[in-house]
Design a protein around this ligand. Structure first.
Ligand SMILES: *Cc1c(COP(=O)(O)O)cnc(C)c1O
Length: 378
């Protein structure tokens, strides 16, 4: 990495942002500043529109990382007497179970392996068998592996069973389409710094208005009470507590750039192309993806660890980092692996640059093939 250039972040986040998004932060705003208030209103409007939910849902921003938004969603919407069924196939599903544990909310996990999507038929069976379940939580793209979960089928089952669906769409929203009319959900949580390409510091939850109106008093946490937060925005278009002003300004710019790129459609197209360049390039070197193409979201790709003993992940990571590309270790239990992301302000040139750096690193390490051990690939 040259001293004056930031590295390209091929990670699950925080991610590479555009120069114009960074530049949008070079001002100070008072929280009651007219321009700042207008930015907030514009952001809230744009977010519900991205999900085709302007008539039915409201966007409630919240300070913090994405997990704060997920925690606020569960705390605000699952009441003390409710029970949450969580579809788990990775770390983020497990994190929702931990949130329920902290909040002393009844929950149950419906778990599959990290490379196996949740089964809508099993979900249907569980909902039929347990009338105590009031809510279902699902992860759209489980970033642990990069797997695309069948959110449309899940939503159909939950709606047919008359339960409430909460979605963690953190690493999908803005790049993978989700339309409230065809994927009925009561709440969806995401953040500023993933596919929407803002800087980290705030999350948001899209919530069905009719449900939020009835959610007063549910939340066990004041700062993460989205009903109270929403009331604040409705009253005077302001945040209840110190707003992340610079993050908001950057997010406002990022959403305008998202629209200019062609919205969800345009952003998704660029990420799919990034993913294609990466996967084809890596396969040509012998690497294997954890997931078959049909289950792979164009967000982050998990590769199995090569069998060649000359391949040392830390050495590989350090060489790529020196060349200006940051990748990510795996955190799977099913296989030894590492991950390379396709999201953030990256295009074909950066993905090809990363492939050049990967080829050079393997050459320097004396690694002839990225093929994993046979047994691990079974
Ligand atoms: C990134 C991410 C989160 C939130 O993580 P934070 O580190 O709190 O921002 C939650 N769910 C998924 C699926 C994610 O990819």
């Amino acid at each position: 990495m040259s001293a004056d250039r930031d590295p390209w972040l091929l990670t699950p986040g925080p991610l590479t942002t555009s120069g114009t998004v960074k530049a949008a932060m070079l001002h100070d705003w008072g929280s009651r500043d007219r321009r700042f208030i207008e930015m907030n209103s514009a952001i809230r409007r744009q977010l519900v529109e991205l999900a085709g939910a302007a008539q039915t849902h409201v966007a409630v921003p919240v300070q913090g990382s994405g997990t704060f938004a997920v925690e606020a969603m569960i705390g605000t919407l699952v009441p003390a007497g409710g029970k949450l069924l969580i579809l788990v196939n990775g770390a983020y599903g497990k994190r929702m179970a931990r949130i329920c544990h902290y909040y002393r909310r009844a929950y149950e996990a419906c778990e599959t392996a990290e490379d196996v999507p949740p089964d809508p038929a099993e979900l249907k069976r569980r909902l039929g068998a347990d009338p105590a379940i009031t809510h279902v939580a699902a992860v759209h793209c489980e970033t642990t592996s990069g797997i695309l979960n069948p959110i449309r089928e899940i939503a159909a089952v939950v709606a047919a069973a008359g339960r409430s669906l909460l979605i963690d769409a953190m690493s999908a929203f803005g790049a993978l389409p989700i339309d409230a009319a065809s994927v009925p959900f009561d709440a969806l949580a995401a953040s500023s710094n993933k596919c929407l390409e803002g800087v980290p510091g705030m999350g948001f939850v899209l919530i069905r208005r009719s449900l939020l109106e009835k959610a007063a008093g549910n939340a066990p946490s004041l700062s993460l009470d989205l009903h109270d937060q929403w009331k604040g925005f409705e009253a005077n278009a302001q945040w209840r507590f110190t707003p992340p002003t610079h993050v908001v300004a950057a997010f406002h710019q990022a959403l305008n750039e998202h629209a200019a790129e062609g919205g969800v459609e345009g952003r998704g197209r660029r990420y799919r192309e990034n993913c294609r360049i990466l996967v084809e390039g890596m396969r040509a070197l012998g690497f294997e993806t954890l997931l078959p193409d049909a289950l792979q979201a164009p967000i982050i790709v998990t590769f199995r660890m090569p069998a060649d003993p000359r391949f040392k992940f830390q050495d590989f990571y350090d060489r790529l980092s020196a060349a200006g590309y940051i990748i990510y270790p795996g955190k799977l239990t099913v296989a030894d692996s590492f991950r390379i992301g396709c999201i953030g302000r990256l295009g074909p040139a950066e993905m090809r640059g990363a492939m050049d750096a990967i080829r050079a690193s393997l050459r320097e390490m004396g690694v002839e093939s990225g093929a994993p051990a046979r047994a691990a690939a079974e």
